[in-house]
Design a protein around this ligand. Structure first.
Ligand SMILES: Nc1ncnc2c1ncn2[C@@H]1O[C@H](COP(=O)(O)OP(=O)(O)O)[C@@H](O)[C@H]1O
Ligand SMILES: Cc1cn([C@H]2C[C@H](O)[C@@H](COP(=O)(O)OP(=O)(O)O)O2)c(=O)[nH]c1=O
Length: 229
C-alpha cells in the first residue's frame, strides 16, 4: 500500500533589508520539522550553485536595472527547476528567504524598472514544461503564502547600522527603501490571498506570534503552545 505524500507548500519571506526575516526563518522551518514535515530552506537570489554565483554578481557588481532584473529571474529559473519544484513534488515545505516579490519591489519600485516587463519575465521564468508540478502548461508557480515583514525604512536602517557590512542594496539611501516598501504594498494589494502582512515593528516574540498564527490559521501547523523563535 502506498502512502500519499503530503501536499508541498511554498512559503516566501519578504521585506526590506533589516526587517527581521532572517531572525525567524529557521524557527519556522524547525516548527514544521517538529510536526513531521520535511523542509527545504532556501534563499534568493541563490539556492543553487549557479544561482549563488549570480547572487554574488547582483550584490556586488554595478549594473543597470534591466541587467539586474534579468539576473534575478535567471537565478530564479535555475532555483525553481533544480530545487523548488523537485522539493514540492516530494511533498516538502519550501521556505524561501525572498522570491519574485523582491524583484518587483527592488528592481521595479526601487530602481524604476517597468512593472509590466517584470510581469512578462515573471511568467517566462515561472511557467513551462520544466516545472512539472503544475496542473496545466500555463500554470505559473507562486508561493502559497508570502510573509511580508513591513517595517519603516528608518527603523530598518537603525537596526542594520550595527548589524553588518552593507551590500550594494543595503547601502542604498532611505528613499530607495521607502519606494521598495511601496512596491511590496502594491504586490500585497494585488494578491491579498497570498500575502500576510507582518507588523515587523514589534518585539521578536510578537513577530513570531504573528508568523505562527498565519500558518496555524491555514491549517498547515497545529497550535504550538509556548513555542519561541
Ligand atoms: N523584532 C526585532 N526587534 C529589534 N531588532 C530586531 C528584531 N528582529 C530582528 N532584529 C535585528 O535587526 C537586524 C536585522 O535583522 P535580520 O533578521 O537580519 O533582517 P533581514 O533578514 O530582514 O535583513 C539584526 O541585527 C536583528 O538582530
Ligand atoms: C531576490 C531578490 C533580492 N534582491 C536584493 C534584496 C537584498 O538587498 C539582496 C539580498 O537579499 P538578502 O538575502 O535578504 O540579503 P542578506 O543576506 O544581506 O540578508 O538582494 C533584489 O534586489 N532582487 C531580487 O529579486
Amino acid at each position: 500500500m502506498s502512502t500519499a505524500l503530503p501536499k508541498g507548500l511554498f512559503i516566501s519571506f519578504e521585506g526590506i533589508d533589516g526587517a527581521g526575516k532572517s531572525s525567524h526563518i529557521e524557527a519556522l522551518a524547525q516548527a514544521f520539522r517538529d510536526q513531521g514535515r520535511a523542509v527545504t530552506l532556501t534563499r534568493e537570489p541563490g539556492g543553487t550553485p549557479l544561482a549563488e554565483k549570480l547572487r554574488a554578481l547582483m550584490l556586488h557588481d554595478a549594473m543597470d536595472p534591466l541587467t539586474e532584473a534579468l539576473i534575478a529571474f535567471a537565478a530564479r529559473r535555475d532555483h525553481l527547476v533544480q530545487v523548488i519544484e523537485p522539493a514540492l513534488a516530494r511533498g516538502e515545505v519550501v521556505i524561501s528567504d525572498r522570491f519574485t516579490d523582491a524583484t518587483f519591489a527592488y528592481q521595479g519600485a526601487g530602481r524604476g524598472f517597468s512593472w509590466e516587463q517584470l510581469s512578462v519575465l515573471e511568467r517566462m521564468a515561472q511557467t513551462g514544461t520544466a516545472l512539472q508540478a503544475g496542473p496545466s502548461p500555463d500554470f505559473m508557480r507562486e508561493p502559497d503564502m508570502t510573509l511580508w515583514f513591513d517595517l519603516p525604512a528608518e527603523v530598518a536602517a537603525e537596526r542594520l547600522a550595527t548589524a553588518r557590512v552593507p551590500d550594494r542594496f543595503e547601502a542604498q539611501p532611505g528613499e530607495f527603501f521607502a519606494r521598495v516598501t511601496q512596491g511590496y504594498a502594491e504586490r500585497a494589494r494585488t494578491a491579498p490571498q497570498r500575502f500576510v502582512r507582518i507588523d515587523a515593528h514589534a518585539s521578536r516574540h510578537a513577530v513570531w506570534q504573528q508568523i505562527t498564527q498565519a500558518v496555524v490559521r491555514k491549517g498547515w501547523l497545529a497550535i504550538m503552545v509556548g513555542s519561541k523563535p
